[in-house]
Each structure stands twice: as C-alpha cells, then as structure tokens.
Design a binder for this molecule. Structure first.
Ligand code: FUL
Length: 495
C-alpha cells in the first residue's frame, strides 16, 4: 500500500518535472573563454598562504648564493602543525611551500642531489619539510602546493640541458610522492650569478627556450591533473605583475601573455607582466591573476623585521584589492628559525581571520526580496532571489541579447553596510563590462559605486550607508549577465 502511494507520488513529480522542463528556458551559452574544473576549484580558494623557508632563514638573506652547507638548515623546533594551523585558522585554504628556492637547497630528501635536508644534521638527516607540511595540510583539509625554483644557484649543470632533466626529475618526485597537489608555482626570477657546483660564475639562459616549458607543463598535467599551474604566463593562473598584493581596479580573468619588445615567445621572466594587473578584456584564455605579497618586507624570516609585520587592517585592505578584484591573495608568512610562525605574525593573522569572519560571516541581504527588470523566458526561472541564496552555483540571468538589466533588493529593514559584493557565475565566462550600485535614500536612488569587470568576486568599499533598498545595475555586458551573488557587508572603515 505505502509502496503504491510512493510510486504514485513519484509519477506525479515526474510529470510535473517534465512539463516544467519543457517550459524552462535553456541556460545561456558561455561567453568567451571559461575556467577549467581545476581553475574553478582555484577560484574558490580565494585566499591561501605562501611559506618561504630555506637556508636563507638562517643566513638572513633573501637570495642564497647556492654554496650554503646543508647544516645551515637547522630549525630548533620545527612544527608543521603550528605553521599550517595558524594559517588555516586565519582562513587560508591552501599552503604553497618553497620546496626549493633559488639557492637549490631541497626541503625534501631528493634522490637527485645531496644538497637537501637529507644531508643536514637536522633530525639526523631524516627530516622532510615537504612531507610534514603536506601532511599537516591534509589534516586541516586545506590544499597543498609546491614552489620549485627553476633558477638553481647550486647545481653544476645549471644553464645546460642536463639541469632541465634534473629539474623535471625533482618535479616528478614532488608531484608523485606527496599526495594531491593543488598548485604548482614557477618563478620567473633569474639573477645570473651563483655557486653552480663551485664554478662561481654568471650564467645566462635563454628564458624563452631553455626550460622548454611546454614539456614541463605537460608533466604537471600528467602527474597532477587537478593542479593549477602558476607562472608569469599561466597557463592556469597568471602572476598579477607586482609583489605588493593588489590587482587592478578592473581585472579581467582573460589574458594573453605578451612577448617583450624584441618579440619572441612569452616565458616566465620574459613577458610584459605589467599588463597582468588589468588583464585583457578580449583575451583568448581564462588565466586569472594571483596577487602574491609577504606579511613582512622580505619573503624570508629576518628578526630585524619583527616589528614590521603587516597589521590585520593592512591585510584586510589587501584582501579587498586582490580577492575583491577577481584575483586571489597569496599571502607569504615565513617561519622563523625555530621553524614556526613568529608570535607577531601569528597575532596579526589571527586578528585578520577574525576580521574576515566578522565582516563576511553573514551577508546583510538575509531575508531580502529581490526583483529584476528582466527575467529569462519572461517567467520566474533563474529567479533573481538566487543572488542572495548564499549559493554561488545558482544565478539570475536574462534573455539572450538583453545586456542591460537591473536588480532591486528590498531588505527586511534598514541595514548599514560599507562593502558591496558581486559575483558572476563563472562557468558562463566573464560577461559584464560595466555595473553600478545605488542606495535608496530620502526618496531617491543615489549611486554609491560603479566600475568595470566583476568575475569571480568584486568587493567594493562604499561610504557607510543605511538603507532598506539597494539597486544593482548591469550597464553593459557582452552577453546576458549571469549574476550569482549580491552581498552587503559591514567591515572596517578603511584607508
Ligand atoms: C620572486 C623570488 O625571487 C623571491 O625570492 C620570492 O620567491 C618571490 C615569491 O618570487 O621572484
């Protein structure tokens, strides 16, 4: 009996569904390049951490020459759980470790060199920083990424083909032995001079051809298909073009790395990186920007910089200028000589994490009634209310060809905010060119913000305002807009 009732109900639902589906308008087709699944997962990480740790930590340098003896690396109380715990508590969703910096010293026991932790008296040569950090990331359920410096000031063969083989063999170790890797980070720096196995000379490479990046990128794809590859030229994530942690006010996720003035092939360290801050509206590839910056002046720990740790408010500003401009924030926090995050950095990070939580924990749009000037299919499909449902996989959109439209949010009562958040539904590409936001005050609409580009997230600081009605105007788009979120928040006042 009960079986029959359930069956009857199921049939009813099926019929309703079929009728509904027949009337439902099709979703819009994507506009331009769209993110891959790995890039979409990367967009969701938004804020994650860099960890610079090497013999430089102990020699007080930024670029080791490559002749530092392995015993230089001697943390007194290395604690991967402390490092990753502090970062994860602050809200970082991944940690990228300098497995090998320019000095060539490997933080894992590489089978291909003795210039590594295996030759250090630290933990009797049994230590493995890569293992410890990757395990701690797995425990905290955040991503783990690797930085492997292409420039190696220690290796005797650097500058010759044999080194490229060595570099790839090391990459293979890192991408095979340490579980899932979410991001592989390739630096573009190359200062020329170094130890190079005792030669102590300057070596020049042709940045465009020497590393044969195509093959190296293919190796990453083969070994870690879910990882994104970062470099000045992507292919998945591009350097934002500065080390100060900000993206351009307008920042397109689409981009085509440009060659230097002398032509040639764009390569890490050999491209017009200045264009990356803004990206290219007509770019042929989805290659969003990552903004890297250190919590201290240097990338490595220096006791002399203990009083120069960025404040929680400064970090919050950087968050708005990176994550809030459609890029990601890669914040470097270098462990000290103990092998732990210093108290000054920890205090700042904890307060920063609290600021993020207090500000973005809950949108002030709760209970809002949302209406739109246009509805796709003329009916309530792709309901405008989806922009306040807290789910970025749902969106409001309009009919094809309708590129100007507006949303009105009627709040359940007056709300005070100073940050507006907008998001596009990324699987359909970056569609919006220009937008504006108005607040209803004293019987009139007042424009409180406007700009170009939205992408994965736009966080706009506005003068603090109290209102019960907000309007979002999409002024120009390449295709009907697909907006997945409108949020209102109240955060610190700002600069
Ligand atoms: C630069 C390097 O030269 C710095 O030492 C640091 O690793 C930074 C993230 O990238 O190009």
């Amino acid at each position: 009996m009960s079986q029959r009732r359930i069956t009857g109900l199921s049939v009813c639902l099926l019929i309703l569904n079929l009728v509904g589906c027949a009337n439902a308008p099709k979703p819009p087709v994507p506009y331009g390049p769209v993110p891959s699944p790995a890039q979409l997962a990367w967009h969701e990480r938004e804020f994650y951490a860099f960890v610079h740790f090497s013999p430089n930590t102990f020699t007080d340098r930024e670029w080791g020459y490559g002749d530092e003896p392995p015993e230089t690396f001697m943390p007194s109380a290395f604690d991967a759980d402390q490092i990753v715990g502090v970062l994860a508590d602050a809200g970082a969703r991944a940690v990228i470790l300098t497995c090998k910096h320019h000095d060539g010293f490997c933080l894992w026991d590489s089978a291909h060199t003795a210039h590594d932790v295996g030759s250090s008296p630290w933990m009797d040569g049994k230590g493995d920083v890569v293992r410890a950090i990757s395990d701690a990331c797995a425990t905290r359920n955040i991503g783990f990424g690797v930085y492997l410096s292409p420039w190696d000031r220690n290796h005797a063969e650097y500058g010759r083909p044999a080194y490229v083989e060595y570099f790839r063999a090391q990459l293979r170790e890192l991408l095979t032995d340490y579980g899932p890797v979410c991001e592989v980070w390739f630096d573009g720096a190359n200062g020329g001079d170094g130890f190079y196995g005792g030669a102590r000379e300057t070596r020049h490479i042709d940045r465009e051809t020497y590393y044969q990046w195509k093959e190296t990128f293919a190796l990453v794809r083969e070994l870690q298909p879910n990882a994104v590859i970062f470099s000045d030229i992507g292919p998945d994530v591009r350097w934002v073009g500065n080390e100060s942690g900000f993206a351009g006010q307008t920042c397109w996720a689409t981009y085509d790395p440009q060659p230097l003035e002398d032509g040639g092939v764009p390569a890490p360290g050999a491209t017009k990186y200045q264009e990356a801050e803004r990206g290219h509206r007509e770019g042929s590839r989805w290659m969003p920007a990552e903004a890297d910056v250190s919590i201290r002046p240097g990338w490595f720990y220096h006791a002399s910089e203990d009083a120069r740790v960025k404040s929680p408010e400064e970090l919050f500003e950087l968050y708005l200028k990176s994550v809030g401009r459609g890029a990601s924030l890669l914040l470097n926090v270098p462990p000290d000589r103990r092998g732990q995050i210093h108290g000054a950095d920890e205090a700042s990070l904890r307060a920063f994490g609290e600021l993020l939580q207090e500000t973005f924990g809950q949108s002030l749009t709760g209970g809002a009634h949302v209406t739109a000037s246009r509805l796709r299919g003329g009916a309530r499909w792709f309901d405008p209310g989806l922009v306040v449902d807290g789910d970025t996989s749902t969106y409001w959109t309009t009919d094809d060809g309708i590129c100007k439209a507006q949303l009105i949010l009627e709040l359940p009562g007056p709300r005070t905010f100073n940050i507006v958040s907008l998001r596009e539904y990324l699987p359909l590409g970056q569609r919006v060119d220009e937008w504006a936001v108005d607040a209803f005050l004293d019987g009139y609409w007042h424009e409180i913000a406007q700009g170009e580009s939205i992408g994965s997230r736009r966080l706009v600081r506005v003068e603090e305002v109290t209102t019960d009605r907000v309007r979002v105007r999409i002024e120009q788009a390449r295709a009907c807009p697909a907006i997945s979120e409108v949020g209102l928040f109240r955060g610190p006042k700002g600069e």
